[in-house]
Design a protein around this ligand. Structure first.
Ligand code: SF4
Length: 335
């Protein structure tokens, strides 16, 4: 039987990924030896935490372990961050981090502002419970590019016992209305991505996913992660995580944390109240975090984090030629 080119490509990809996983140590050493602990000139994605407040209490979320203060990013700070992204040519901005972004009543205006500054891709993750009709219309009109809503495939009972505080019918109704409004308004965006946490793979679960596959633009079946070792400390990840090289996470109060998994801001690398994105990104604390990551799997929170096990180690090829180009990773390689 002759394999299709797509199958050959997928197989080749798996082979390379598995080789990279096996050769993680030499890869790390090579990255260090070739100066990859320095950053690409700019981050690929800037993730802005509109708020870390949430209206739910999901059983798989380490909210009880969060000790930093809760709040909503001021419009002035949001504007400063977005203005810098626009000036630097950063094209991917997300308006979520930890917390439910729609708790922020100014979110529609914030998205509108980001789009008005020419940010090409503005996206977010939401639990879907606060997307009222005005919010849905507002987001469509403001130009939100993508929204990822988490839904569970095993129905109302599992949903309401795990996503404590949320109502299944309300979330499903909000999603359906968003899709209907988008169509009535003649828009194709925001793209709708629905995430399902992998559970029992039952026939019901499969049927549910198939139903939504016809409605959503993309289905994302996902596994839970351990929130940088907070929920458990088991991780067999041995290859470098892409986040210190490609993503930049701004907490609601302007501090910059290591990544999206650092929900409590344990590894703070700078502060946008007093510095710019490029200053923080290229300063010693960030460099040190990358260096530690290659030398010993650090900083501390990385050592027991299993989030990279969900990623492809192939991201390292994005760093090829770093040093000569900088711009290349932003325009050509990010797609
Ligand atoms: S390994 Fe985990 S904690 Fe470290 S940067 Fe990656 S996602 Fe964040």
């Amino acid at each position: 039987m002759i394999s299709s080119p797509l199958k050959i490509k997928a197989r080749a990809r798996r082979v390379v990924e598995s080789a990279l996983r096996r050769q993680a140590k030499p890869v790390r050493r090579l990255m260090l030896a070739t100066g990859r602990d320095r950053s690409p000139v700019l981050p690929e994605i800037v993730q802005i935490e509109s708020t870390n407040i949430c209206n739910a209490k999901c059983v798989f979320c380490p909210r009880d372990e969060m000790h930093r203060s809760q709040g909503i990013m001021s419009f002035d700070l949001f504007r400063k961050v977005v203005d810098e992204c626009a000036e630097l040519g950063i094209t991917h901005v997300r308006v979520h981090n930890y917390g439910e972004p729609f708790v922020d009543r100014q979110l529609v205006e914030k998205v509108r502002y980001a789009k008005s500054r020419g940010i090409r891709e503005v996206g977010m993750i939401s639990n879907g419970s606060l997307i009222t009709e005005p919010v849905a219309r507002g987001m469509i009109e403001a130009g939100l590019d993508a929204i990822n809503i988490s839904v569970d495939a095993s129905g109302r009972e599992v949903f309401e016992s795990t996503r404590v505080g949320l109502k299944y019918d309300k979330v499903i109704g909000n999603i359906e209305r968003l899709v209907r409004l988008r169509s009535e308004m003649g828009r194709r965006r925001p793209k709708l991505i629905l995430s399902f946490v992998r559970q029992n793979n039952s026939a019901d679960e499969q049927a549910f996913i198939e139903h939504w596959r016809r409605i959503a633009d993309k289905i994302h079946v996902t596994d839970l992660h351990n929130w940088a070792g907070t929920l458990n400390t088991e991780s067999d990840v041995n290859y470098p995580c892409y986040r210190p090289w490609l993503t930049f996470t701004v907490l609601w109060d302007g501090r910059v944390s290591l990544c999206c998994a650092d929900f409590d801001g344990r590894t703070i690398l700078g502060d946008l109240n007093t510095s710019s994105i490029s200053e923080v990104w290229n300063a010693e604390p960030y460099m040190r975090a990358r260096r530690l990551h290659l030398e010993s799997g650090g900083p501390d929170i990385c050592r027991s984090c299993d989030l990279p096990s969900k990623d492809s180690p192939l991201w390292v090829v994005k760093l090829k030629g770093f040093g000569e180009r900088g711009q290349g990773i932003r325009d050509k390689d990010r797609e």
